[in-house]
Write a protein of this length. Structure first.
Length: 242
């Protein structure tokens, strides 16, 4: 089994680290994810990760509760750094070299985001974990994933979620719903399909970066996806239902 990928960007939502908990981080889930990442790194593929923060804080919720939106978003970005450091700890405990780079400077705990330095780390087979989103309020970590992927010249964005791909209708309601093997960026945007937010999709479209949506909860799926197995839905230039 070969892989077409040389450098990949994995987007992990904060909720992915939460497991069945209602809030925060499940250490068992983080360890499982770290073990899967170790398998990927051992193949020599370069891996960068953008982590979300929704398991701890979401700006939009803070703003709905009356907070200033930008302030709430900064808190959300800081939450992602906690996730980034947790993931770093889990990876380093099993011997995977990592660097955390943050878009908001906090040099006592992580490197600042420096694009060329991130690329150098990747070339040395270190996992680079990007924390603090894009550093800008009113954005999401999905958009950050698309942005960083373009910046580091990643071949693909892997979007780990709780579902095994994108369907033509809701599979929970419609038993006849069919999963897309692949579908176009324009389709996702015009149908408002919940793959990633529209800014992220548009950024990937403009830079011709495919997005692979896959189910993180199945053990081994990170490895399978990165090795090029068709386990989810690819958003790119073509459209095909399975
Ligand atoms: N955030 C932001 N700018 C960014 C990335 C994230 O303001 O570039 C904030 C925003 O408030 C968001 C929170 O950080 O709600 C956590 O990120 P996100 O919701 O994307 O996490 P996920 O859904 O992936 O867990």
């Amino acid at each position: 089994m070969g892989t077409a990928y040389r450098r990949v960007l994995l987007k992990l939502s904060g909720e992915a680290l939460m497991g069945d908990l209602a809030y925060g981080i499940d250490p068992n889930i983080v360890q499982t994810i770290a073990e899967e990442i170790a398998e990927v790194i051992n193949t020599g593929i370069q891996l960068a990760i953008v982590v979300g923060g929704g398991n701890i804080f979401r700006g939009i919720k803070g703003s709905a509760a009356g907070m200033d939106r930008a302030t709430a978003d900064y808190i959300g970005m800081i939450a992602t750094v906690m996730n980034a450091m947790t993931l770093q700890d889990a990876l380093e405990r099993i011997g995977v070299p990592t660097r955390v780079q943050t878009a908001i400077s906090m040099q006592e705990v992580a490197e600042p985001y420096i694009r060329r330095r991130a690329i150098r780390h990747l070339e040395k087979n270190r996992v680079v974990i990007f924390g603090a989103g894009s550093g800008n309020p009113f954005f999401t970590t999905d958009t950050t994933a698309a942005l960083r992927a373009a910046e580091i010249n990643a071949d693909v964005v892997f979007k780990a979620t709780k579902v095994d791909g994108v369907y033509d209708s809701d599979p929970k309601i419609n038993p006849e719903a069919r999963r897309y093997q692949s579908l176009t960026y324009s389709h996702v945007l015009t149908q408002d399909l919940k793959v990633m937010d529209s800014t992220a999709i548009a950024l990937c479209k403009d830079n011709s970066i495919p997005i692979v949506v896959f189910d993180l909860s199945v053990r081994g799926n990170i490895y399978r996806a990165v090795m090029g197995e068709s386990i989810g839905t690819t958003v790119g230039e073509s459209c095909e239902v399975s």
